[in-house]
Design a protein around this ligand. Structure first.
Ligand code: FAD
Length: 343
């Protein structure tokens, strides 16, 4: 009897999977122009560490076919199926519109793990899904230990929590900077693309508009170099010193800020790095006039090389910097910019 049940599990390959078949669903994020969000590639790596079949689902108002075609290139990640749900109602990817379809997909396929990147998109949807499934929402994991156990940071990154979940379905957001981005190719076969009957009903919310900052510079989480400024910059105008530096590395560098600089109105709040801002891990992080409060460190401590510029030699940021420069930023930055221009 046990044997026949086992065979039933292995033979069932249709959309409806029996419960004993462990499998993962990745909530893939579509960004402007139908591209896959970089954090989805980090999430694929986390999903692959669960060592089970992976399906992906893409929601969008348009171009979901194109997004799926991009995902198909990651054929070394055991992706079996890519579901696409396209409907004008997914403009803005509102949680109220997306979650019921996701819930339906989970019920049909009995996924044991549902993963999304730690982005505004997944963080809006997955806790809602967890509540509807009546399971714990597991947020911001930094490591997969096994199918039930994960690591995540707590107390602004000062302690690591080992979390064990006994829920039948694990609903997880993945901290992108903690996992390498998936690389294309290397596998055989191609994931099958399947259209979902996407007729969402959502009377709860409506997408009105989105304001996007147009910039030639990369987004903070994708930047290889970040020049971050703190309260010491003293004004919005002085932030230009940082932009001048960043623009010497076109396509690679951008500007970030401490919360004190954001609160003082020196820059937009989407530049904030830290516990309540963005989490980044660039190749090079230059902290300029930033003291190094734990809440700031929580957002940048995984940077590969950290440089601190501060006039106070005892500033806490020096304790974690690979290179430190003690001095006045208003003298150092113009000199540095000139020297780099000569190079
Ligand atoms: P300051 O602490 O005022 O440091 C300024 C530094 O500039 C000093 O070290 C000073 O020596 C140096 N300096 C001054 N003049 C010059 C000069 N001319 N040249 C060179 N150096 C100079 N903060 C974040 O950044 N991100 C977060 O996400 C965040 N979340 C928070 C969440 C909570 C719940 C709380 C309570 C706080 C949070 N904070 C966060 C705030 C955090 O505690 C600090 O207040 C903030 O990071 C300080 O910013 P700062 O380093 O720019 O300013």
């Amino acid at each position: 009897m046990l044997h026949s049940r086992h065979i039933l599990c292995r033979l069932t390959t249709s959309a409806v999977r029996p419960h004993c078949f462990a499998s993962t669903l990745v909530l893939a994020e579509q960004i402007d122009g139908g591209k896959i969000a970089p954090v989805t590639l980090n999430t694929l790596t986390a999903a692959s560490q669960l060592k089970q079949d992976v399906d992906c689902v893409i929601f969008g108002a348009e171009k979901t076919n194109e997004t799926a075609a991009q995902l198909q290139k990651y054929n070394n990640f055991n992706i079996k199926k890519i579901f696409i749900a396209e409907n004008a109602a997914y403009k803005g990817l509102l949680s109220e519109a997306v979650t019921p379809v996701l819930l339906d997909l989970q019920k049909k396929n009995n996924y044991t793990h549902i993963l999304g990147g730690s982005s505004t998109f997944s963080k809006g949807i997955l806790p809602r899904l967890a509540a509807l499934l009546d399971v714990q929402s597991i947020s911001d994991i930094t490591k997969v230990i096994d199918k039930d156990q994960y690591l995540r940071l707590i107390y602004a990154g000062n302690a690591i929590l080992k979390l064990k979940s006994n829920d039948q379905v694990k609903v997880i957001t993945v901290r992108g900077t903690a996992f390498e981005a998936a690389k294309e190719g290397g596998g055989s076969g191609q994931a099958q693309v399947e259209k979902l009957d996407a007729s969402p009903t959502n009377d709860l919310s409506e997408f009105v508009s989105r304001e996007v900052q147009q910039s030639e510079r990369p987004e903070l989480p994708a930047a290889r170099i970040i020049f971050a400024g703190g309260r010491a910059l003293k004004s919005k105008e002085n932030f230009k010193l940082l932009y001048d530096l960043a623009d010497l590395f076109p396509g690679q560098a951008t500007v970030g800020a401490s919360r004190a600089a954001v609160d003082a109105g020196y820059c937009a709040n989407d530049l904030q790095i830290g516990q309540t801002g963005k989490i980044v891990a660039p190749d090079l992080y230059v902290a300029i006039g930033i003291s190094g409060a734990i809440q700031h460190i929580a957002g940048m401590k995984d940077s590969k090389v950290i440089v601190a510029i501060n006039k106070d030699g005892d500033a806490p940021i020096f304790a974690m910097a690979d290179y430190g420069l003690t001095g006045d930023l208003f003298k150092i930055l113009p000199e540095l910019t000139e020297k780099l221009k000569q190079k």
